[in-house]
Ligand binder design. Sequence first.
Ligand code: G3P
Length: 229
Amino acid sequence: MKIFLDTARLDEIQQAADWGVCDGVTTNPSLHSRAVAHEGDAAIGYRERILRIADIVDGPISAECVTRTTEELIAEARELASWHPSVVVKIPIDGPGLAAIKALSEEGIRINTTLIFSLNQALLAARAGAAYVSPFVGRLDDIGENGIQLVADTVDLLDRFNLPAQVIAASLRNTDHTAQAARVGAHIATIPFPVLEQMQLHPLTDKGIQAFLDDWHKAEAQLRAQPVS
Ligand code: G3P
């Protein structure tokens, strides 16, 4: 499973890239807005942000459309895709979105269909030509459904019917979500930075490191105390 960062913050993306665990990035208007608020007076616009991300990460970068009709989506997607070869255009699933996905994918523009909450939506997006489909795990869990089950069903669906789209498990909120996404075969998990940080941690690792250090120092102390012959 590839690891994407689900953030628009450059500092977080840089850290994940330094760790060698950032295969791509997904952004959306809410993440951009949060990054702008975090940056304060130094805030940058969406185009500048995507270009700076492309300087850090050698992989797909999702940039989301904010228009609603098919014609607007097509024009906006062409503009976003012209910014950088790594740009994948994010379009929410609905009728106008599907028509835009069909037209744009025929032009060779890669689409990530977002806000997927059902297997039917995933099927339509993949059939329309989307390169990626993004089931939203956490938001389904929020309403008492099983988000990971939708990821599993979508992986099976694409595999069974030989559809080339890849599944991006999105709206992941915790380390259990990321482990489960891997277990059910998601091609990609897009992960918020705080969750990525937690993925490295385990109390037994901390305990084990401390025990190794203590034993090392004990051995060193004993060796130092040996009489010089
Ligand atoms: O990947 C989509 C994500 O940014 C939405 O996450 O936590 O707002 O449901 P969330």
